[in-house]
Ligand binder design. Sequence first.
Ligand code: G16
Ligand code: MG
Length: 214
Amino acid sequence: QIRACIFDLDGVIVDTAVYHYRAWKRLANELGFDFTEEDNEKLKGISRVQSLELILGWGGVEKTPAEKLELATRKNTWYVEMIQAMTPDEILPGAKEFLQEVKAAGLKSALGSASKNSGLILERTGLLPFFDVIIDGNVVSASKPDPEVFLKGAEALQIPPQQCVVFEDALAGVQAARAGGMKVIGIGSPEILGDADVVVSGLSAFRVNMLDAL
Ligand code: G16
Ligand code: MG
């Protein structure tokens, strides 16, 4: 019996990947190289510092820890400028309706995101009231596929992991949910997220009554 839903943010509730991409691309360009949209896929769901390490590797650029901190901060300043301007129109199709359905069904909901900017994004899109608990990059030390983010969510909701279901668009996130002993709904392509219990194209294709079959 499922009693709580835990949602990833980027790729499930909103598409912030486009803003991450623009900001990282600008940083790479300033450093004298570029990377493709295909490479950008590898940045989804991983933390800010891990993203920077990958990108510097693609450019063959070496930096000191202090320089890396400055670069990550510079990228984040541009990223925050863009998400400041986000509106409820940018909520992914079906996400708000599903969050409403979850509330109406008496289930709990938590956010389980790697982002340190999740509060701002939920506030700008008007989704903050739908979450009982927010677990994000500000309170988590181990990145997905480590289950820490989701286990902390279950703990804060006081619901056993076995009674939680995670909604995730990234492979690392599906693996994290599995490692935490939770059910998982993949949002995206079955080829990538095959390890999930169910894979759907988006929350518009999912209903609360489909949780009964898990
Ligand atoms: C999101 C994105 C990642 C990003 C990470 C950290 O994760 O998918 O690309 O690197 O957050 O974001 P920030 O720089 O805002 O702390 P999620 O877990 O919501 O999919
Ligand atoms: Mg994601």
